[in-house]
Design a protein around this ligand. Sequence first.
Ligand code: MN
Length: 732
Amino acid sequence: MNTLAETARPAEVAAAENTCPHPEDDPAYQVFIDSLSYLPPEELQIVRDAYLFSEQAHRGQFRLSGEAYITHPLAVAGAIAEWQMDVEGVVAALLHDVMEDTTVGKSEIAERFGKPVADLVDGLSKLDKIEFQSHEEAQAENFRKMLMAMARDLRVVLIKLADRHHNLQTMAAVRADKRRRIARETLEIYAPIASRLGLNKLFQELQDLSFQLIYPMRARVLARALKAARGNRRELLSRILEGIKGKLRDTGIDAQVFGREKSLYSIYRKMLEKRLSFSQVLDVYGFRVVVTDVPTAYLALGSLHALYKPVPGKFKDYIAIPKPNGYQSLHTTLIGPHGTPFELQIRTAAMDNVAQEGIASHWLYKDGESFGAELQQKTTKWFHSLLDLQSTAGDTSEFFEHVKVDLFPHEIYVFTPKGKIIALPRGATPIDLAYAVHTDIGNHSVAAQINFTLMPLATELTNGDRVDVVTAADAHPSVAWLAHVKTGRARSKIRHYLKTAHNDESTALGEKMLDQELRALGVVASELPVSSWKSVLRDSGNKLIKEVYTDIGLGFRIAGVVARRLLAREEAPQPTDKRPASLIIRGTEGMAVQFAPCCQPIPGDPIIGSIWKGKGLVIHTHDCPAIRKARTAKPTKWIDVEWEPEPGKLFSVRLRIMVQNTLGVLGRIATEISNSGTNIEHVNMDEKHPGLYTTLHFTVQVGSRTSLARLMRGLRRIPEVARISRDQGLTA
Ligand code: MN
């Protein structure tokens, strides 16, 4: 049952029930048929047949407003005809509620109007069954279905949007709570989709209609205020308009100039989001200049920049770099008379068409078939990226959050070193970019060259950045990255890596720890009888021995306890009492072994480890001030750890260097450090006490205690260096 259909018949209409209506007498039908002049006569006849078919199927059904039901599919088909969609689309629009509300089935439609039309109507009926207001999880799942429908045939979604548009316009007789639910659903799901497809006119109307249905009072007040404000500023606005027109005429540019209206809802959102008053929002006026071709657009821009001063940093060239939905235009903000800033959009007529009708201009805009095809291709690509994301995201509601983010066009565009343009959400970092290019690049990225400068991965990218992601074979994602990514794709890829890799590394560590424990007891792991393992597995509820290792590595089980359980069976080898040996680590165990940020141990330092539940083994130096108390309080939690000789990995170390505050001293120290073959990770300066001396804080990467000692000796030889020490205090 369609949400707005009503089977009870008002008495006055029921009287006319049996008289066969003549559609030609209906002016609405005439207007509709006239709007189809773009179709050849034989296709027009199919549309007429479809109308009669639909009218008959819905006969006896009425909308809540009391009108015959057929008025609704007729209005939807009319909107579809305005986009000049093909005959299948128009017929499907006429039949879109037939399967839902009448006894007509898919096979009958297929027989009468062909399989493509039947598929479209079927798709629309399925979309209708989706309830968007249920729990977030179900909502995400439904959203996915909607995206699938779009990826398969865009016409389904366009008809669905026109359907929703007409329903919103005819809701006066619908119950208030239902009205609000449908309006809210429109704001959350349908309006963003319309925007994403570039259907800006429809997008604004869906928003404004929904806004009026949810907040009728606010909408009325705002509309009244808007009308009054427009009156007050009329003179100023027409002065600017005339100024623009005059300047273009003088330059010999043929152009149409329009004042641009902001939609009610966009004003409301802006007031709400930026906590602005009505007058502050209205301070931004808009004008649009439509020219014949691209060179003229740039010419117009130049001449208007000479007329009014542009606001620096506000110019955007969406002609050179179109938005992913195909939108193209030049945007600039100019300072008008009395210092009033106003927005200006300059574009060609074809681009204006795309800006208004978006994806639908594929049908509307006849000369640009290749352009339309490209647009369709881009849109399809976007859908597929969403579907791809959904299949890797573990949690559906998380997916939904990201789809919502992805649906709003707050993108930035960055360039790869090969000049490829990649669209990312605002706030995205090189990590997002790396995963957008390839999962392998994401998983191995260490830093990025942003506009030829080496920057950390957490750097926020800005529009037009040239970004070259630096990778290293042994690098891998860390949990911290999750705080620095904006795309759902990067997030789910990192999650996936952490989940699997963390387990693998923890399993290896756990096995090593258990081996060590057993060896300390004088037993070789491989000599254990199967029955020993069986009883341990039975006790723990694990299915695989591997899972027991993982639990040990993650700190959920204690190796010593498991070892003793294994040896408890009579047939097991008996322990010979030995002192427990230390655990050997190399520093390359990955996330199962973490080096404490407080003392930053490096090979050569005496170290000690503690097991944290779910975190694995955390390594500190013996003299780390942060653990002094904890060590005496709970001595059992700690295990002895030793470095494997020559592990060959680089470790971060903080150095505190007190220097005479002279020109160029920082440079001399940095040169000495890099000449010694050491990487500088980070440097900052104490600027609190600018006096004779200042303290520099370096984070450098060294392989061992010996190479650190060598580096420090070298630095002490610099005359300006007064004092140098390794910084092992707590991080601020
Ligand atoms: Mn409908």
